[in-house]
Design a protein around this ligand. Sequence first.
Ligand SMILES: *[C@@H]1O[C@H](CO)[C@@H](O)[C@H](O)[C@H]1NC(C)=O
Ligand SMILES: *[C@@H]1O[C@H](CO)[C@@H](O)[C@H](O)[C@H]1NC(C)=O
Length: 349
Amino acid sequence: MRRCRKNSIYLSSEESFLAKISKLQMLFLILLLFEGLLCHGQSTTALQTLGSHHAAAEELPSFHLLHIASFANHSWVNTQASGWLDDLQILSWDNVVGTFKYLKPWSQGNFSKEELKNLQSLFQLYFHGFIRVVQAFSSQFQFEYPFELQISGGCRLHAGQASESFLNGAYQGSDFLSFQGSSWEPSPGAGSQAQKVCRVLNLYEDIKEIVQTLLHDICPQFLGGLLEAGKSDLERQVKPEVWLSSGPSPGPGRLLLVCHVSGFYPKPVWVMWMRGQQEQRGTQRGDTLPNADGTWYLGVTLNVATKEAAGLACRVKHSSLGSHDIIIHWGERTGTQLGMLEDSPRDFE
Ligand SMILES: *[C@@H]1O[C@H](CO)[C@@H](O)[C@H](O)[C@H]1NC(C)=O
Ligand SMILES: *[C@@H]1O[C@H](CO)[C@@H](O)[C@H](O)[C@H]1NC(C)=O
């Protein structure tokens, strides 16, 4: 019956940062308390989705918040939220207390205590509101229990230029919608269900304004501050340890050679099985996996005929090593092949 009126608390670009956050918070509260309830019977309420994925295909630094909500049934939901600088988790959301936990000494970037407190309140409202709204609209949006929503949103800095922001939502593990420019758009292939959800979300100018401010304004400032505050940690160089082993036998008369590279930082690394100067084209690279201490692990394999294994070596290039590549030869030590560091660059130095 009632039309969902648009609030008109507009944010001017001259406003102080803190004033902006406070206003966002106020605006969001108003939306939740009034619009959400008043317009209930109609078609709308606001999901203020925040977050996005967009795996870092590029190497430009990015920050994103990840929010995962699993709705088991109408009365039970589990949510998790975390903040990431590229692959590094720096924030987690404590559902019980309703606060961010700062996982690094520099996780707060250059934001003041007050700014962070206000942002935290904004997210408290968002997380509460999100659950309420999704539960209220699950049947209208044809979300079928049990279901999972994943929202990932953030920004990426472009070398000295404007930043780029993103916000993506997934339903049941598939891309569902995203925020593009200033409106919600269904993901290609997400069908009429996503179109419908976007149509509803797009009615909410205020929510879109909040999302825009968070993505285009607050996020890049936070990211810039993080990169400065975390500089020495982020730019540290840690040398890898390298050892060889054989993996599960790929078949009679064949060996799976495994080159383990572990404990290095930063993430980019070059690892190749070699015969002399010749790169072995059958080299298979696994995923680069995180160690608990923030360094990385990579396993690189080569499937060879047993009699051809002699003379092969694993070569590792990494920024921490300068030009002193690590080269470890297969079969230099019989037995398990573990702990072979005889040819580490220390020997060349
Ligand atoms: C909802 O799901 C939770 C978790 O799976 C379960 O423990 C609970 O009994 C369910 N409640 C109802 C009303 O089905
Ligand atoms: C934090 O640092 C970024 C990048 O240097 C800057 O753009 C921003 O204004 C700073 N923000 C605050 C709140 O000081």
